[in-house]
Design a protein around this ligand. Structure first.
Ligand code: XMP
Length: 513
């Protein structure tokens, strides 16, 4: 069992970032709800606790409060922002409404360089604040070890109990030394070693999968996306031929997608791959349907039917493997004003019908996406798969607006291939969240050579995003845009115009649908 840091989530939008920062120090971290009983936390045997920030005020009627027994567990505690106010609230300090909300950069001045958090850090450093309430008296037996221009209690410490409070956010990139400060907490204060590596995770995961699965058979729906691909490679390493991967070609895939999956998994990994070409069926079911929600429903239902029939053909299996990730597992904190609470996306949920009687194997359920990628490389998956941009389950159906026809799919597929090729060649593909082509459902007039044309328009969409929930359009260089437009119009028959989507999300979505 790994040493771990337990993070109590009070609804901050940065809780997962804290968890990732801790893991970047090669220390395992787990997020639990703020009101998790102290006994449950004790049973997890944490080396330290972190109390996250949160949008509430500790004095609010419905403020999220922890089990007060956590302060008696005898493990180090680091309170961040709202977390430090909790320390004050529970241990005899004082919090008041700030005159004005302190938001943005501040300069931290260290008063006591012997505080373990500041080991090897400068005595003056930039930090990032975001809080309304502020501490006006430190809790009993605490001393102030650093201040900022706006806070006389920016960092407080009880050295004996190893309790610390930070008014600012060390987890965000705008606090340049924040990561080192967290490292000082987890290594220096809590005494954690660097035990969390993907190599050690891999060995442990293989053992766990074998223990769970025994001699039974496992089925996995392989989409070719990062998560299912890594899950497939991992399971294959653990249980070899007991695993059957089902890959459904829904006719809405990108160029060469089915070939790449068959090549990588069938030929290279030599895993049992059941290829189901259901493209004709999907296109038949989608014929004439132009309404986005209806399209999604038809695709979802057809997928389930096809997958269910495929599992029957695959033979009896006890387990179904899924590439569920940690962010899908963390229980969100239902606090008013907590954006994280809204972040359960409408995608990737639903899944398979209840009457499919499988037990689940979810070997990625404690990993963040970046960790899954490292694991993928560790397992020998090619970069092309490990670093591919997200691709929606309904595939090109959400990128061909209106009713889907084979010709529109061909156009979108060819345009998309050019976008991917040029984005990769210019180095942009791996820097951003997504870049793709969308086919607009109307024609316009153009001129090519001596002839007038009447053809479709392709919109280019390129966005930056952390998690797909919000996004910004990417300012690609003009030269690249020009090349994209000229290649798409010249090489893709049926397109005579190219436009660039400059909408952020919100108010736009990433896919046009
Ligand atoms: P939107 O278009 O809602 O997309 O801004 C947010 C992110 O989710 C992806 N997406 C999907 N992924 N099944 C998926 O697995 C879906 O039905 C689906 N729809 C959208 C989209 O590509 C973007 O990254």
């Amino acid at each position: 069992m790994n040493e771990q840091i337990v993070i109590l989530d009070f609804g901050s939008q940065y809780t997962q970032v804290i968890a990732r920062r801790v893991r970047e120090c090669h220390v395992y971290s787990t997020i639990v709800r703020y009101d998790t009983p102290a006994a449950t936390i004790a049973a997890m045997n944490p080396k330290g606790l972190i109390l996250s920030g949160g949008p509430s005020s500790v004095y609010a009627k419905d403020a999220p409060l922890p089990d007060k027994a956590i302060f008696k567990l005898g493990v180090p505690i680091l309170g961040i922002c709202y977390g430090v106010q909790l320390l004050a609230q529970f241990l005899g300090g004082k919090v008041e409404k700030g005159q004005k909300r302190e938001y943005g950069r501040g300069t931290l001045t260290v008063l006591d360089p012997n505080c373990a958090l500041f080991e090897n850090l400068p005595e003056s450093q930039q930090v990032w604040n975001s809080h309304g309430d502020k501490l006006t008296r430190q809790p009993k037996d605490f001393v102030v070890v650093a201040t900022t221009e706006n806070s006389d209690f920016a960092v407080i410490e009880n050295r004996e109990r190893k309790f610390f409070g930070l008014q600012f956010h060390p987890e965000v990139v705008h606090t340049p030394h924040g990561k080192e400060l967290l490292a000082n907490f987890v290594h220096g204060v809590c005494g954690c070693g660097k035990t969390w590596t993907m190599r050690s995770y891999l060995d442990q995961a293989v053992e766990d999968i074998r223990a769970q699965v025994g001699k039974e058979r496992v089925i996995l729906g392989l989409s070719g996306g990062v998560d299912s691909s890594v899950a497939a490679a991992l399971l294959h390493k653990a249980v070899g031929d007991q695993l059957t991967c089902i890959f459904v070609n829904n006719g809405l895939l990108r160029a060469r997608e089915a070939e790449v999956v068959q090549e990588v998994f069938g030929r290279n990994f030599k895993l049992k791959l059941q290829y189901e070409d259901a493209s004709a069926l999907f296109l038949k079911k989608l014929k004439g349907i132009s309404e986005p929600e209806k399209k999604r429903k038809v695709i979802g239902k057809t997928f389930i039917d096809v997958f269910q029939a495929a599992t029957k053909r695959a033979g009896k299996a006890k387990f179904l493997a899924q590439g569920t990730l940690y962010p899908d597992v963390i229980e969100s904190v239902p606090i008013a004003g907590n954006p994280a609470a809204l972040i359960k996306s409408h995608h990737n949920v639903g899944g398979l019908p209840k009457n499919m009687k499988f037990q689940l194997v979810e070997p990625l359920r404690c990993l963040f996406k970046d960790e899954v990628r490292v694991l993928g490389l560790e397992l020998g998956l090619p970069r092309e798969i490990v670093y591919r941009q997200p691709f929606p389950g309904p595939g090109l159906a959400v990128r061909v607006l209106g009713a889907i026809t084979p010709d529109k799919l061909r156009i979108t597929r060819e345009a998309d291939a050019i976008v991917v090729e040029e984005m990769k060649a210019s180095g942009w593909y791996y820097k951003i969240w997504q870049s793709f082509a969308v086919l607009l459902p109307c024609k316009s007039v153009g001129v090519m050579g001596d002839e007038r044309t009447y053809d479709f328009t392709i919109a280019i969409r390129a966005v930056e995003s952390q998690d797909g929930m919000t996004a910004d359009w990417v300012k690609l260089p003009y030269e690249l845009l020009e090349k994209l437009a000229s290649r798409i119009i010249n090489e893709v028959k049926g397109v005579n115009r190219c436009v660039l989507d400059i909408t952020s999300k919100p108010p736009g979505t990433i896919e046009w649908e």
